[in-house]
Design a protein around this ligand. Structure first.
Ligand code: PGA
Length: 245
């Protein structure tokens, strides 16, 4: 794992942007995107850049179960708003949250992932250490699955909905194994609220209780943090100061 720490979220997001850009220039074709607050500045920079993704494919980590694409809190809507409206891809895939035939949706998304191996996967991390919507206790050997969201995740997502009762309690998510099959992974985490999960991911044991800890086993992972998210780490950075800009 390479860990890089930046003064603030904007600088960290700029570094992430440069990595995505470099990957694109180096021929990466399939980008795995994440949703949530964390990658918003990265997407802003991508939108404001001259990168042309019209030959690229995108696959997303997850989608709420029960929301159709048009719902303003669906991850489809998020991706349209933050990236795809301005930067169209040749094809962009997300799970279909409104497909109530769970086996069918899982098979469909697994096939998409098999046909489009991810070159660079962007990840956030939940306060509870989840990646995608793979909550603590998720089996490491899973592909796409329908997951029950934990109370912490439902609480964290509540800010985007008018009422807690509207927050979906299930989601389709790429499984841990699918995430680990990406050729390279770039995980971003910002803010004090992520510090404990970040510490456990980097310095703790590899355990299904902290799903992100599996990333210690991936050969090409970069973790980009702001100071607050890195505040509990023993070893502060694996890169010299000069490389952090
Ligand atoms: P956030 O979510 O970016 O909204 O903090 C990250 C995650 O849950 O993976």
């Amino acid at each position: 794992m390479i860990v890089k720490i930046f003064d603030d979220e904007r600088q960290a997001s700029h570094a992430a942007y440069k990595i995505v850009r470099q990957a694109h220039e180096n021929g990466a074709k399939v980008f795995g995107w994440a949703t949530g607050a964390t990658p918003e500045l990265l997407y802003e920079e991508l939108v404001n850049s001259d990168i042309d993704f019209s030959d690229s494919i995108s696959v997303n980590l997850d989608e709420y179960f029960g929301l159709d694409e048009q719902h303003d809190q669906s991850y489809h809507a998020y991706m349209e708003e933050h990236l795809f409206d301005e930067k169209p891809f040749k094809a962009s895939y997300l799970p279909h949250g409104d497909n109530m035939d769970v086996d069918d949706e899982i098979a469909r998304y697994n096939q998409i992932l098999e046909d489009n191996p991810v070159d660079l996967q962007i990840l956030g991390i939940g306060r509870n250490g989840h990646i995608g919507f793979n909550e603590p206790g998720s089996n490491f050997n899973t592909r796409t699955q329908l997951v029950d969201l934990t109370e912490t995740t439902i609480e964290d997502n509540q800010r985007f909905f008018e009422d807690k009762s509207e927050v979906p309690t299930k989601a389709y998510s790429m499984g841990i194994q699918s995430i680990m099959e990406a050729k390279a992974i770039l995980l971003l985490a910002f803010g004090k609220g992520k510090a404990e999960a970040v510490k456990a991911m980097i310095e703790g044991p590899v355990t299904e209780n902290l799903p992100a800890s599996i990333l210690q086993k991936h050969p090409r992972v970069m973790i980009i943090l702001d100071k607050a998210a890195a505040s509990l780490l023993q070893t502060k950075s694996t890169e010299p100061e000069a490389n952090r800009a």
